[in-house]
Design a protein around this ligand. Structure first.
Ligand SMILES: CC(C)(COP(=O)(O)OP(=O)(O)OC[C@H]1O[C@@H](n2cnc3c(N)ncnc32)[C@H](O)[C@@H]1OP(=O)(O)O)[C@@H](O)C(=O)NCCC(=O)NCCS
Length: 201
């Protein structure tokens, strides 16, 4: 039976990952996002470095109140599962599945504490979210959209076996795909890819 999302606490023993900079072991987990997280995450919304390569980005200063109201709204959405990324007990970023159907979902991630970039925390968080999508939601496909300039994101996704699909929505953006059932390409035969236009446009 599917575990209630609210009580989900995902980590693996091997999620004690070695950081690139110090070589120390760091414990990474993801847990459902809570309204109180907004008191930290609103600050990340105001750091333009984080949103340089994301399609959605804040267009005004985000206050804690705006972030709380936004979180209250999105946490109610039935087709989304949003998680906080916790590295050694510290809340450092968000990762979520949106547009969830019986088959697929769209994956997103950001590390808001930029000191934690390049330490494999994002790789571990995405790996944990993939496990959740596969084992708890029984999904078979994950899609995401990435900007061509976002080298670290592309490296991270390729490392986790995402592949580019020949499907174009916007100039400078590409769609990547991960099959959760088979470890390799190609994506399933589909009569039409129209659903991707609805998601990524
Ligand atoms: C994209 C993002 C999540 C990557 O996080 P990260 O903490 O750097 O990721 P990881 O440490 O797990 O590294 C992932 C891979 O990218 C590589 N990498 C890290 N920084 C890099 C850089 N500046 N240039 C190229 N590759 C880089 C890492 O070496 C690693 O690959 P490796 O294990 O083969 O060496 C983070 O930079 C971020 O939050 N960016 C802002 C939001 C964003 O763009 N989200 C993605 C939207 S699609």
């Amino acid at each position: 039976m599917e575990k209630p999302y609210e009580t989900y606490n995902i980590f693996r023993e091997k999620a004690k990952i070695q950081t690139i900079n110090t070589g120390e072991l760091m414990h990474v987990k993801i847990r459902p996002l809570k309204i109180e997280d907004a008191l930290i995450s609103y600050k990340w919304r105001n750091n333009p470095k984080i949103w340089e390569y994301t399609y959605n980005r804040p267009d005004k200063e985000i206050t804690s109140e705006i972030e709380i109201q936004w979180l209250k709204r999105v946490l109610k959405k039935p087709d989304e599962k949003r998680f906080a990324i916790i590295a050694d007990g510290k809340y450092v970023g968000n990762t979520q599945l949106t547009n969830i159907t019986n088959e697929y979902a769209v994956l997103h991630i950001f590390i808001g504490e930029t000191d934690y970039w390049g330490k494999n925390v994002a790789s571990e968080a995405v790996a944990l979210l993939i496990e959740y999508a596969k084992n708890e939601l029984n999904l078979s496909e994950i899609y995401l959209e990435v900007n061509n300039g976002n080298k670290s994101a592309i490296n991270l996704y390729k490392k986790l076996k995402f592949e580019f699909i020949p499907f174009k929505t916007r100039t400078n953006w590409q769609i990547m795909y991960r099959n959760l059932l088979m470890s390799s390409f190609p994506p399933p035969e589909r009569d039409n890819w129209g659903f991707l236009y609805e998601i990524f446009s």
